[in-house]
Design a protein around this ligand. Structure first.
Ligand code: REY
Length: 403
């Protein structure tokens, strides 16, 4: 098999491009070819808007494209490259869902049973099912709304903290719920913290072991780990830089943290090759049986024009060329991630910018989906002035209205 690899690294004004071998034929024949130029254009916009660096990896049939720009470490001046590890934030929710769905397939958990049947301490409403948690329809308040209302003080107050699941759940249940169980989509980290607790309670096996045995080892994901509550990232990684609420102040290096505030909702570390392999394997039926996969991929629209949808622990994005891609987004201090694949798993893309609390960078980075799956750039007018649903940042506290 001949493998095509395209690596592009852009650091400062110098561009280096290497092209090895030639393609052995496009596997995703109906899609336009990825546009490396459009990916680079998006990455450069992300840098202009304040991200120190950005990376993208596209795996398409036998071809892979590795594109990176800017810095992985601003103090050391190290250039970004597409293989670096990073904190994937809520992409972790798809990993947690795989563990849960394997337990469903094993007959140990019923999706439509009350979550309270499986929990050590009951949630306030018996009507909340496991499915409601997986689809963000439980109504449970997202405790991160309060925790990170003030971005850097909030972050520093939890950076080295170790929470139990129950402590985080109690922060949520001190609030009124957003909606009756099942009545509405309301994205909340609480749902996936409850699921971590539920999995550990049913199996008696820690999440770290579950991820390792059910996903990382079978897929040989050598760059993926769950080290909670260790604060460091091993191997070659990108440092994360958090923007302050006062944007005139310097970025805060947020690389080292326990991520205990997220755990099973967001504490996985990975890289682009592994995330592409994970989502491709998932939709190809290599992680969960067809019945459970279909449940995960049954998408319900979550924005007004239906271009964004949520299944079970899985997001859908319908792009301008008509294709719907499946995966997840992630936001954790210092890192924005997009990791998506086509329904057949034949083209996958992961992008990361090493900053956060900068919604415009996150919105712009979504342009790497158009570039990778539709071969397109994003019109100039849309680039810096997100409006309507395009400006809606899925992951961050939609309930919080800033003064
Ligand atoms: C938490 C806020 C983001 C991060 C979040 N992440 O819920 C989960 C996800 C795991 O869905 C922080 N924003 C930032 C603020 C805003 O502090 N005041 O942008 O890094 O991925």
């Amino acid at each position: 098999m001949r493998i095509k690899t395209v690596s592009i690294v852009l650091a400062g004004s110098a561009a280096l491009a290497t092209l090895a071998a030639s393609p052995a034929g496009a596997a995703t024949s109906s899609l336009p070819s990825p546009s490396v130029t459009a990916v680079l254009d998006v990455q450069k916009q992300a840098l202009a808007l304040g991200a120190p660096g950005a990376l993208t990896r596209i795996d398409s049939g036998n071809s892979s494209y590795r594109i990176s720009t800017g810095r992985a470490d601003t103090a050391a001046g190290t250039g970004m490259d597409a293989d670096r590890r990073f904190r994937v934030g809520s992409v972790s929710k798809s990993f947690t869902t795989v563990v849960l769905m394997q337990l469903v397939a094993e007959g140990r958990i019923d999706l439509d049973a009350s979550a309270n049947d499986y929990l050590p301490k009951a949630l306030p409403d018996d009507r909340i099912t496991v499915r409601h948690l997986l689809s963000h329809r439980s109504g449970l308040w997202d405790y991160t709304n309060d925790m990170f209302y003030y971005t850097v003080p909030g972050f520093e107050s939890v950076r080295n903290k170790v929470f139990t699941y129950q402590e985080l759940i109690d922060l949520s249940t001190a609030h009124k719920v957003n909606n009756e169980p099942g009545a509405a989509y309301s994205y909340s980290n609480t749902n996936f913290v409850v699921l971590g607790q539920l999995i550990e309670n049913v199996t008696g096996v820690p999440m770290a072991t579950q991820y390792q045995q059910r996903i990382f080892e079978p897929l040989k994901l050598k760059n993926t780990s769950y080290v909670h509550p260790n604060t460091t990232i091993s191997g070659s990684y990108a440092r994360g830089y958090l923007r302050q609420d006062d944007t005139t102040l310097p970025l805060v290096d947020s690389t080292e943290q326990t991520v205990s505030w997220a755990q099973s909702a967001g504490a996985v570390i990975s890289n682009s090759v592994d995330l592409n392999r994970f989502f491709s394997a998932l939709v190809s039926g290599k992680l969960v049986p067809q019945t459970q996969l279909q449940e995960m991929m049954s998408m319900v629209p979550v924005n007004s024009d239906g271009t964004q949808s949520y299944g079970l622990g899985l997001r859908g994005r319908t792009l301008s060329c008509g294709v719907t891609v499946y995966g997840h987004t992630g936001t954790v201090q210092g890192y924005y991630t997009y990791a998506f694949t086509t329904a057949d798993g034949k083209r996958s893309m992961t992008s990361m910018a090493n900053t956060s609390n900068n919604g415009t960078v996150n919105t712009v980075l979504a342009g790497t989906l158009e570039a990778s799956f539709c071969g397109k750039g994003v019109a100039k007018a849309d680039k810096f002035a997100p409006s309507g649903d395009e400006g809606f940042t899925e992951d961050i506290a939609p309930q919080v209205v800033r003064p």
